[in-house]
Design a protein around this ligand. Structure first.
Ligand SMILES: NC(=O)c1ccc[n+]([C@@H]2O[C@H](COP(=O)([O-])OP(=O)(O)OC[C@H]3O[C@@H](n4cnc5c(N)ncnc54)[C@H](O)[C@@H]3O)[C@@H](O)[C@H]2O)c1
Length: 384
């Protein structure tokens, strides 16, 4: 094979975005040949390709080698498994599944079909600011990590956003709120940079700012082995909001905020300094270093190119689908901990959360009012 024949299922915000850059030739050795969407008017624009209303018809068509899954979250698992079992490579949108037990099911099938490529659309992993941050941590420049704080409250969303489609912000349609939807990329980056915490305690507010049944305001405490603590705060109701990631180690701290990456480097290890200094109020000397980084457009297409290269050449994936487990688990555990009012040790009990989620779905009395709105430029939401 010297070219990948690609299909997309789900032609909403992100599915159409993928189709656009693929058709503009931004990914080499790859051709978008077919699409599927359950809502037939969405197919109108793609009459020059093969179109299907059902994912299974696209999967069984014999027309494609690989499938991009861009439907609402719950379908990622079922469509992903169907595609893998029918010989296709898959690129799954985030989250890879709506909850951890489903993610385990998808990963188990992907393991059985290990010759097929399973990618996750975690495009923040190619952004230079996060790549540099990771290098800084891996090189030991921060010393031993001690604290990780991420305040990401600039996800402001209106009632019109939540009313724009039936699946959004419902237990049944989405399986969660701001954590599983808006914050999933940050949760992926958090565990990609720092590993998974060993314990979390969530405090989530359900519908604090919006008429929704899932969380739209979150404060979570996290503990890692090796004596690292942290806090993750998010909201879709606060304006103007903040996006500040601060990672502290014994040799300094790094802050990513307002499109600036600053490394405040300690000249000596703070623990050593504390033990050896004779002065009660002395502090280690600091050097402020601004780390330059590029802002690159089309991060989705870079990840898609990597997926195609993995299929054709065996290039290692930047975001293997299995890695998508970490962010799903964090999103689930923060909410679960909040609902049961207790800390949760990780790895969490996936089946216990699935059972709780099913109970929330069964007992839901929330009446969702769906109002069609004029489409807005949703790509503005990528920029953070
Ligand atoms: N990586 C990113 O930057 C990014 C950005 C936005 C959304 N997403 C993810 O992509 C997914 C879709 O989000 P969206 O905002 O595009 O949603 P959306 O509601 O705009 O689009 C979903 C599409 O799926 C279609 N669909 C629903 N059920 C289907 C079925 N059974 N078969 C075929 N098509 C079906 C709908 O008709 C709709 O066109 C979500 O999981 C979301 O988290 C990722």
């Amino acid at each position: 094979m010297n070219k990948v024949r690609l299909g997309i299922v789900g032609l909403g915000n992100i599915g159409r975005y993928h189709a656009e850059y693929l058709q503009a030739g931004k990914v080499s050795r790859c051709e978008l040949v077919a699409v599927a969407d359950a809502y037939t008017p969405s197919l109108e624009k793609y009459k020059h390709l093969k179109t299907f209303e059902k994912s299974e018809d696209l999967i069984h068509s014999g027309l494609i080698d690989a499938l991009v899954i861009a439907t609402p979250h719950f379908l990622h698992t079922t469509i992903g498994i169907d595609a893998l079992e029918n010989g296709l490579h898959i690129m799954v949108e985030k989250p890879i599944s709506a909850h951890k037990a489903d993610a385990e099911r998808l990963i188990a099938v992907a393991k059985k079909h290990s010759k097929q490529v399973f990618g996750g659309m975690f495009q923040l992993r190619v952004e230079p600011r996060y790549v540099k941050l990771k290098r800084l941590i891996q090189n030991g420049d921060l010393g031993r990590l001690v604290r990780i704080n991420w305040i990401i409250t600039d996800w402001f969303r209106t009632e019109a956003y939540y009313g724009s489609s039936s699946w959004r912000a419902t237990w049944k349609g989405e399986g969660g709120g701001v954590l599983l939807n808006q914050c999933l990329h940050q949760l992926d980056i958090l565990q990609w940079l720092c590993g998974m915490p060993s314990m979390v305690r969530g405090f989530c507010k359900i519908g604090r700012y919006h008429d929704i049944e899932v969380e739209d305001d979150v404060t979570c405490y996290m503990e890692w082995d090796k004596d690292i603590t942290g806090v993750f705060i998010s909201s879709t109701g606060e304006a103007p909001g903040t996006n500040r990631l601060e990672i502290c180690g014994t040799r300094g701290k790094v802050v990513l905020e307002n499109n600036k990456l600053t490394f405040i480097r300690l000249e000596s290890d703070m623990i050593e300094f504390s033990k050896t200094s004779k002065s009660p109020f002395a502090k280690p000397e600091v050097w402020n270093i601004e780390i330059p980084f590029e802002t690159i457009p089309n991060t989705h297409s870079i990840l898609m190119q990597n997926f195609v290269d993995a299929i054709l050449d065996g290039t290692p994936l930047i975001a293997p689908g299995e890695d998508g487990m970490g962010s799903v688990e964090l999103a689930n555990a923060f909410v679960f901990s909040s609902l049961i009012n207790q800390p949760i040790k990780l790895p969490m009990d996936a089946l216990a959360w699935e059972k709780k989620l099913q109970q929330l779905i069964a007992e839901s009395k929330h009446q969702k009012k769906v109002v069609q709105v004029a489409s807005d430029d949703f790509t503005k939401s990528f920029n953070r």
